[in-house]
Design a protein around this ligand. Structure first.
Ligand code: F6P
Length: 361
């Protein structure tokens, strides 16, 4: 037997730990082979792959990135090729399937977020044996309690807030930290609570600039001459839009966000000329670097469970964390909707109880 493996979409701490666990379980426990495609679905179309063996996955469990490479641009169902300097999009999914057949693959384990798992599901509908592994620092996949990589990203954002705190206090400034999170504000919410933010702005709770200004002014009156704001890149004002940086039409995740931190800073400065506001955009630091131990363990459990699901022929499924257990869920269900922060959920309530503002009232 041979299993194909690929990492798709934006990278995330813990990918290598999954690759390692899949390869080791397949070889050590079941004596079967693993082939890793280079740069996600692109490698599947271009038949670019490596044989994964115990030596290749040795010593990578704690490392960041993915030894297989990834891309969030290439979609075999809408694949871009350049002929005579011109970009052309075409459906190359049959070619990808032919490549898998020629390699004698029994199926494919796809480690991906929303976009990549949608592609994986389309391959499943075309008869490919698929098992999915949920990955994204955004933690916005609905069928699992946690995606690996999220807690590492929260750790990075929380450490950044700790550092911003000391300089904010010294200079009596408003410090804004812009973090990732396109449609879901999980990173901002967790890091904001852990890092002692005064205001947390998330896509699920549209903000009013007046509410943010009131919060800063109230702190000022109480003698707190600095404030910390954490804002998810997808946050937006009530009745307003997200700040889009660019649009990649061929990508399965076409919207690239960024800039909301500066927008909020400008609005604050227009109201307070005596308080300086500075912005830090944390960006890809949240995706880079090695995973924290929690994510190494979760990624390992997911990798082992993905091979088990494969051996049990649970195709069209995704491995998922539910409570303390790793289970399999229906892939179609898993990609149906993304998991948003409940506006009145326990974490939002806890944050409000300790005086954190969401900029809405
Ligand atoms: O989905 C994960 C994510 O990190 C988002 O939070 C972010 O908007 C996006 O990927 C950024 O992707 P890129 O690699 O194109 O910058």
């Amino acid at each position: 037997m041979t299993i194909g493996l690929l990492t798709g979409g934006g990278d995330c701490p813990g990918l290598n730990a999954v690759i390692r666990a899949v390869t080791k379980t397949a070889i050590i426990k079941y004596g079967i082979e693993v082939i890793g495609f280079i740069d996600g679905f692109k490698g599947l179309v271009e038949n670019n792959y490596i044989q994964l063996d115990l030596r290749k996955v040795s010593g990578i469990g704690h490392t960041g990135g993915t030894i297989l490479g990834t891309t969030n641009r290439d979609n075999p169902f809408n694949f871009i090729t350049i002929t005579g300097g011109k970009q052309q999009a075409s459906d190359q999914s049959d070619l990808a399937i032919r490549n898998m057949k020629n390699l004698g693959l029994d199926g494919l384990i796809v480690i991906g977020g929303d976009g990549s798992l949608n592609i994986a599901y389309k391959f499943f509908q075309k008869g490919v044996n698929i098992v999915g592994v949920p990955k994204t620092i955004d933690n916005d996949l609905s069928a699992t309690d946690v995606t690996f990589g999220f807690n590492t990203a929260v750790n990075t954002a929380s450490e950044a807030l700790d550092k911003l705190h000391t300089t904010a206090e010294s200079h009596h400034r408003v410090m804004i930290l812009e973090v990732m999170g396109r449609y879901a504000g999980w990173i901002a919410l967790h890091a904001g609570i852990s890092g002692g933010a005064d205001v947390i702005l998330i896509p699920e709770i549209p903000y009013k600039i007046d509410a943010i200004i009131n919060k800063i002014a109230q702190r000022f009156r109480q003698g707190k001459k600095f404030s910390i704001i954490v804002v998810a890149e997808g946050a937006h004002p009530e009745g307003g839009e997200m700040v889009v940086q660019s649009f990649v039409p061929t990508s399965h995740d076409p919207v690239r966000l960024g800039g909301i931190g500066h927008k909020v800073a400008q609005e604050i400065e227009e109201n307070f000329n005596h308080i300086e506001t500075r912005v830090t955009v944390l960006g890809h630091l949240q995706r880079g670097g090695g995973p924290i131990p929690y994510d190494r363990i979760l990624a390992t459990r997911y990798g082992v469970a993905a091979v088990e699901a494969f051996m049990e022929r649970k195709f069209g499924s995704m491995v998922s964390l539910q409570g303390n257990d790793i289970v399999t869920v229906d892939l179609q269900e898993a990609i149906k909707e993304i998991r948003l922060v409940p506006q009145d959920g326990p974490l939002v309530q806890a944050a409000r109880s300790i005086g954190i503002s969401f900029g809405d009232k």
